[in-house]
Design a protein around this ligand. Structure first.
Ligand code: 13P
Ligand code: SF4
Length: 341
């Protein structure tokens, strides 16, 4: 979901407060946000958005945001919005010397691995991920010992130190094709047991996984889906980090961008989107005619990125991502192997 350039505010400060009329970019942004963000919050955020846009220009920086970031970030300040695979591809090809990652730590590390000479800033260094926290480099070495000769795939939701131990990476968008590309009947795929279950079901491969799970997606249950569908007739889309039970009851399973593409193509009237809450808001800005049912679950790590901490890192260059060069050299290989597919 790339953000069209006309959505970016071109001037700092709220036009209204400065006593001037708003320009068309500001009006355009306000009308997009109006569908999903309360008007008082938009008014409060406009000065900050203007300041960040000016700082980006000053520092020659780009903001790369994940689909789970709030609309004030995706529509207000991002140069690119997408899933973790698209973010990595964008980082690899962009020219700007400074990349601000509005996402979680593993996404910023991936950008740094692909662009070692660039400055990569993560607005909040506490923005972790329950999947990345669930596995260590030693766990990978133990798995290799127990399953000698079995190729190891790491979900991109892992630390650079873990990536340094594996053969290839995958994201939820390409996990099935990465698994098939290995031409093995058995693979190790870590750390998300539910993504591994999804890939095993799609490919028929024997998959050894670990016990990791996403603390946001496992909150959905299959029973909830049946109730919602029965009472609302909603189309159900689920991320592959949801449990197998949820995956099997959903109408469609896919990465965040695959879900966005499904909705753009099919335009169902009513949708239950089993993923992080901001995903629905971001799609709703593009398709206000689609009704998104709540509840949804928030990722506290994703939500620890705010306009305030983005402004701060652009002002003082803090929170720069650094990876020890020896680890980086080994961790880069499985990512590049994935991107080459
Ligand atoms: P995507 O790869 O689908 O963007 O998902 C990343 C993620 O962290 C989902 O919880
Ligand atoms: Fe990690 Fe889950 Fe948050 Fe994605 S939604 S960043 S997998 S904790």
């Amino acid at each position: 979901m790339a953000t069209p350039s006309e959505l970016v505010i071109s001037r700092p400060g709220p036009a209204a407060r400065a006593g001037r009329t708003r320009d068309s970019a500001e009006e355009n942004l306000i009308s997009r946000l109006a569908h999903v963000v309360p008007s008082a919050e938009i008014a409060l955020s406009l000065p900050l958005i203007g300041s960040i846009v000016a700082l980006k220009r000053e520092r020659n920086a780009v903001v790369v945001a994940h689909n789970y970031q709030s609309p004030l970030i995706t529509a207000g300040i991002a140069d690119f919005v997408g899933d973790s695979l698209a973010m990595a591809r964008y980082a690899a090809r962009c020219d700007a010397p400074v990349i601000v990652v509005c996402g979680v730590e593993f996404m910023a590390e991936t950008a740094k691995l692909l662009c070692p000479d660039k400055t990569v800033l993560l607005p909040n260094l506490q923005a972790g991920c329950s999947l990345a926290a669930s596995i260590s480099p030693q766990d990978i070495r133990n798995l290799r010992e127990r399953h000698p000769g079995t190729p190891v795939v790491a979900y991109v939701n892992t630390s650079a130190a873990v990536k340094a131990e594996v053969d290839i990476c995958c994201t939820s968008a390409n996990a099935v094709s990465v698994a098939r590309s290995l031409r093995a009947h058995k693979i190790i795929m870590v750390p998300d047991q539910h993504l591994a279950g999804y890939v095993a079901a799609c490919t028929g491969l024997e998959i050894v996984s670990s016990q990791g799970q996403c603390e946001v997606h496992v909150k959905y249950s299959g029973v909830d889906i049946d109730d919602y569908r029965a009472t609302t007739g909603a189309v159900v889309l689920a991320h592959p980090e949801c449990t197998r039970d949820v995956q099997q009851r959903a109408d469609f399973v896919g990465s965040t961008s695959a879900m966005a593409d499904y909705l753009s193509e099919r335009r169902p009237r009513r949708v239950l989107l089993l993923t992080e809450c901001s995903m629905a808001d971001n799609v709703a800005m593009l398709h206000p005619e689609i009704e998104f049912l709540k509840p949804c679950n928030l990722c506290s790590y994703m939500k620890s990125i705010t306009l305030n901490n983005v402004e701060l890192v652009l002002q003082d260059g803090s929170n720069e991502i650094m990876i020890d060069p020896a680890t980086a050299a080994r961790a880069r290989r499985p990512i590049e192997r994935m991107l080459a597919l």
